[in-house]
Design a binder for this molecule. Structure first.
Ligand code: SF4
Length: 383
């Protein structure tokens, strides 16, 4: 079974890496190396049992592997984790990390503990440094696109927690970047869901996206049970295109058509994220149009769940403001009047220095490099 898995993965990955010129991920490299050395298949499991069960990445300490092989592996794979922790800030329920890669680019990762279930951890990870989508209310968008994270850089954000024996129950692709625009997403998902490696069920993984039709279909085909949160933010085409400039090539109805197909096959809920911006998209007209949009999905409409997200302001020069608590409640009640399932996701991140992006910004200013605001999706801290 393992050999079939490895062979298949090899073929996919070799083709894949050739086509996009990205470094081959560590899991494939090690399997390939072992094969070249004529090692038995079980060596692969032995190595990754150490990593995932015993939380050991120092190959020198993998004592049931022959010393000769350990030395070879250590020489070939001196680095088994591509990220280093620069900073972390915690409250009772949320810990926000700033991680740095070898090239000194940085991303934020948030670990959230559910209020109701004390030991239920959700990990919000990033897929890109910066973002090309350019959402007007998001400082990561203002930063522009810097680069995609490699497969190892994506999966290492989860590996970091595994190695530190911090349980991770859910993975949320809701950090910096648009996951569907990273060509390494599918390979990362294969590694995260592989029973040989991370062994995380697809049902426990959620992708937050503005909706890139072709990619949405590709990921759904590979992982029909994965969860989606569609960033909508306005039921009106023109207004949505202003808030999310990248979305202008895709109509809202096209996205809902794809999600309807997903719902029909998966029978899973789709979350619709809606950041509430004062006097911009929080009016009764918006609530009614949003309700009509959801109800227009007919028999699927009950599986759409609107998450209303109070806006986290980015600072004094921010052109947007959060809707008042009363307006938020009013908006929610209007949706409920139309029988639309909805929840207000109050932020767990409104604490000192740890609101969206401030951890990164604070670090940058502390080392006196030019400051640029980096803010993850508003949704990160509102799950
Ligand atoms: S909200 Fe998400 S998709 Fe939009 S610019 Fe920010 S990181 Fe990119």
């Amino acid at each position: 079974m393992l050999s079939i898995l490895l062979e298949t993965t090899f073929m996919i990955s070799l083709f894949y890496h050739k086509s996009i010129n990205m470094p081959m991920n560590r899991y494939i490299q090690i399997a390939k190396f072992l094969k070249k050395q004529g090692e038995p298949r079980f060596r692969y499991s032995q190595i990754f049992d150490f990593v995932f069960d015993k939380h050991i990445i120092d190959i020198g300490k993998m004592t049931n592997i022959p010393k000769r092989l350990r030395l070879q592996l250590k020489e070939k794979f001196p680095v088994m984790l591509s990220i280093k922790e620069l900073k972390k800030i915690s409250t009772q329920e949320t810990t926000k990390y700033l991680f740095e890669f070898e090239d000194q680019n940085r991303v934020e990762v948030v670990n959230m503990m559910a209020e109701s279930k004390r030991h239920w951890n959700s990990l919000c990870i990033s897929t890109q440094v910066g973002c090309s989508i350019g959402c007007k209310f998001c400082a990561t968008g203002k930063m522009g696109f810097i680069r995609n994270l490699s497969t190892d850089e994506i999966t290492d954000q989860v590996l970091f927690f595994r190695l530190n024996a911090i349980p991770v129950d859910n993975i949320l692709f809701m950090g910096m970047g648009e996951p569907l625009l990273n060509p390494n997403l599918i390979e990362s998902l294969k590694i995260l869901t592989s029973s040989e490696l991370f062994n995380i069920g697809a049902r426990k993984i959620s992708i937050s996206t503005i909706g890139i039709p072709k990619k949405l279909e590709e990921v759904t085909k590979e992982f029909p049970q994965i969860n989606y949160a569609l960033s909508l933010h306005s039921p009106f085409e023109k207004e949505r295109n202003k808030l999310i400039p990248y979305s202008k090539n895709t109509s809202i109805s096209q996205l809902f058509d794809i999600l309807d197909c997903y719902i029909q096959t998966s029978k899973r809920k789709v979350f619709v994220s809606y950041v509430l911006l004062r006097k911009l998209n929080d009016t009764p007209k918006h609530a009614e149009a949003l309700a009509k949009l959801i109800k227009s999905r007919g028999k699927n409409s009950y599986l759409y769940h609107v998450n209303l997200i109070p806006y986290n302001t980015t600072g004094p020069e921010d052109q947007y403001a959060a809707s008042s608590t009363q307006q938020t409640a009013f908006f929610q009640n209007l949706l409920r009047k139309f029988n639309v399932n909805c929840t207000v996701r109050y932020s767990k991140g409104r604490f000192s220095e740890a609101a969206c992006g401030q951890l990164h910004a604070g670090y940058i200013s502390s080392i006196k490099q030019p400051t640029f605001v980096t803010e993850s999706s508003q949704a990160i801290l509102n799950m």
